[in-house]
Design a protein around this ligand. Sequence first.
Ligand code: ADP
Ligand code: NI
Length: 217
Amino acid sequence: MAWDPEKAVVQAEQYVKDFFKQDASGHDADHTLRVRRLAERLAMDEGADRTVVALAALLHDVDDEKLSPATAANKENAARFLEQEEAPEDTARKVLAIIGEVSFRGTDSVRPSSAEGRCVQDADRLDALGAIGVARAFAFGGSRGRRLYDPAEPPRLHMNEAEYRARVSTTVNHFYEKLFLLKDMLSTPAARALAEQREAFMRAFLDEFYAEWEGQR
Ligand code: ADP
Ligand code: NI
């Protein structure tokens, strides 16, 4: 079975659909497929390689610390998939490097070294914003039994990776502790424009939320 980039992308789609069969924490095949669509959209503006972007987007969460701790360090799931597809070494190396760079790590986050990586990271971050972002945040909070909001508990800013990972707080605090930080961490102009609109929607959502909380609306 020789390397066929288009077939590899189709196979990767099927692979992630099987991989994420049931996950209620906001990491699911649907997230991955949205990231792929957004990343490909960004790739057109950035002149990035579409095969690398599509494969990295589709595989970006299959070796996530939280979902697959045993394979996270060496990205074994993604590596094995690429090997089975007989991906050229250069393609495999690029895709695996991107997977290592995309994740949000508070102040320890990295800016990807390739245009393809910047498209995938921006797409992943955009999927945490807007209406989808609100839905995912409360789905994640619910999966952990977190409270929606607590007026007595202020958000904590400037957390490094360890502090961010250890943090247990309300879902509204997550908006301030991660989501509203994302816009300024995006690399591509197209993603920044989309983030503007998504963030404005979230701010409007919170205004309404606080007013309703206080019984004002
Ligand atoms: P992280 O590295 O922040 O966990 P993920 O991409 O793994 O980011 O998060 C998956 C989804 O769950 C994202 O939409 C993210 O904003 C959301 N999420 C992550 N942590 C929390 C949290 N503490 N409260 C609410 N939502 C969260
Ligand atoms: Ni993701």
